[in-house]
Design a protein around this ligand. Structure first.
Ligand code: FAD
Ligand code: NAI
Length: 475
């Protein structure tokens, strides 16, 4: 006999656990199944984001940034520390504790919202009487059924066929977050978000980092002026970034990893490193779901095919987050999870895919929302641009971090904000104002007329808005 629910959510990452909580808030009887195990074999809900993604990477970025500040910037403030050392094991222990707080927080939220949690793998076992049968196997075994199923099984790191992950020398994001000692030489394949964030962590701790990127352009998804500035700054910081390479043979031995590649000029090069991070994108997790049992449609990449509202080809089966199309971001997964729960309840859940912010947590941080200048040109939109450098911002000067700028792109005729691009201190926080402005279809003038606290970094956003109309006050 199966246990019957109104809604079964398969996957307990940001897409799944948030969908489960919202569905329970709306009065449904909800089960959430997640198979992630902590080191002791216990449940560790929160998915990639909590266990080997957003949260642990930000913990290490913070620790390594403190280390860099102590070594290189405290003296500017008159603080002398003597020799500064890093206890990598302690740093990793702190990171693990932060992860556990988040795992436990989600288990608490499930209890609070009366979501029934199952620790194990969920797979489709067929359909009967208008309901889907879902089997749980692993730490817990159970047979469940529900008329509504939300699939939120996430994604995993893509491997290079020539260099399978061993998580000792050839590392996915998982291994990259638990290297026991700072490698002397670190190679990174892929200069995307993970490559830059994890490359920065280990560079700050003293590794010599080389990043090999196949594309001839750096950070192609970002606004060109931001990408150009970022490349200049990261190179100055010591990241060696090679663009337009073609990776050849990779050999892995006890001594380390040797990567042969052809560089942009056509020369054959060999890079010998102690550890190699491969961060070349991620693949959707649909193996093990037994999608065939119910005829759930997948695309050629193995992603679940959904419409704009996360409906699959099966009535009552929905899919959200990294396992479907769109950017692989935790907040995108969460928004889709909320919207699906509300649609199941007959409400009008909505996700505005045009204003999902992107943040890269390097130093300086990079954040943007909306369209880039190159996209506006390609779309034939006539626009105005306003830019303000942090160099001219009093708070940035007091912080001792004046790198970068805020750039606002607005429609030339209507002044509606079409894109905001920031590189600089706390860009991750500053971008929220831009997202809010775009959600309310604000004009650049709207931001220019709002009183911003002084001294604050956010004054740069106001000044960039003033710059759209060529009337900055402080530059
Ligand atoms: P996931 O978080 O992958 O969760 C899916 C869950 O489902 C997992 O727990 C998995 O074990 C479980 N599962 C899979 N199959 C089954 C099954 N059959 N049965 C039961 N359980 C199953 N995004 C940001 O927005 N900001 C960041 O700063 C950020 N940093 C990142 C850093 C790194 C190193 C990485 C790798 C990713 C980062 N991301 C970040 C991306 C973010 O982690 C993902 O977009 C997000 O986790 C996707 O959420 P999800 O719920 O779709 O899937
Ligand atoms: P990515 O898509 O960001 O970058 C992959 C890079 O690898 C690209 O620049 C690509 O051109 C390059 N590449 C692909 N194949 C290659 C090859 N054979 N040789 C050399 N270069 C190659 O993917 P990444 O960094 O793995 O991250 C995956 C996803 O995780 C991101 O797209 C993002 O959605 C998410 N993430 C988000 C973060 C954030 O929001 N701050 C942080 C980390 C990850």
């Amino acid at each position: 006999m199966s246990q019957s629910f109104d809604v079964i959510v398969i996957g307990g990452g940001p897409g799944g656990y948030i969908a489960a909580i919202r569905a329970a808030q709306l009065g449904f009887k909800v089960a959430c199944i997640d198979e992630w195990k902590n080191a002791a074999g216990g449940p560790a809900p929160g998915g990639t984001c909590t266990n080997v993604g957003c949260i642990p990477s930000k913990a290490l970025l913070q620790s390594s940034e403190h280390f860099e500040h102590a070594r290189h910037h405290f003296a500017d403030h008159g603080i002398s520390t003597g020799e500064v050392t890093m206890d990598v094991a302690k740093m990793l222990g702190r990171k693990d504790a932060v992860v556990k707080q988040n795992n436990d927080g989600i288990l608490y939220l499930f209890k609070k919202n009366k979501v029934t949690f199952f620790h194990g793998r969920g797979s489709f076992a067929g359909a009967a009487d208008g309901a889907y049968l879902v089997k749980v196997t692993g730490a817990q075994n159970a047979d469940l059924s529900a008329k509504q199923v939300v699939v939120a099984t996430g994604s995993s790191a893509r491997q290079l066929p020539a260099a399978p992950f061993d998580e000792v020398n050839i590392l996915s994001n998982d291994g990259a977050l638990r290297v026991g000692a700072t490698p002397r030489k670190l190679g990174v394949i892929g200069s995307g978000v993970i490559g830059l964030e994890m490359g920065s962590v280990w560079r700050r701790l003293g590794a010599e980092v080389t990043v090999l990127e196949a594309m001839p352009t750096f950070l192609a998804a970002a606004d060109e002026s931001v990408a150009k500035e970022a490349l200049k700054i990261f190179t100055k910081q010591g990241l060696k970034i090679e663009l337009g390479v073609k990776i050849g043979e990779i050999s892995n031995s006890q001594q380390g990893v040797s990567v042969s590649y052809t560089n942009a000029k056509g020369a054959e090069v060999q890079l010998d490193v102690d550890k190699l991070i491969v961060s070349i994108g991620r693949v959707p997790n649909t193996q093990g779901l037994n999608a065939e049992a119910v005829g759930l449609k997948l695309d050629e990449r193995g992603a679940i095919v959904v419409d704009d509202e996360c409906r699959t080809n099966l009535p009552g089966v929905w899919a959200v987050g990294d396992v479907v199309r769109g950017p692989m971001l935790a907040h995108k997964a969460e928004e889709e999870g909320v919207a699906v729960a509300e649609r199941i309840a007959g409400q009008h859940g909505h996700v505005d895919f045009g204003i999902i912010p992107w943040v890269i947590y390097t130093s300086p941080e990079i954040a943007w929302v909306g369209r880039t200048e190159q996209q506006l040109k390609a779309d034939g939109v006539v626009y105005k641009a306003g830019q303000f450098p942090f160099l001219a911002n009093g708070r940035a000067r007091a912080l001792g971090d004046t790198t970068g700028f805020v750039k606002i792109l607005a429609d030339a005729k209507t002044d509606e904000i079409l894109g905001v691009h920031i590189i600089g201190p706390m860009a991750s926080e500053l971008i929220a104002e831009a997202v809010m402005a775009m959600a309310f279809k604000a004009s650049a003038e709207d931001i220019a007329r709002i009183c911003h606290a002084h001294p604050s970094l956010s004054e740069s956003t106001r000044e960039a808005a003033l710059a759209v109309d060529k009337r900055t006050l402080n530059f």
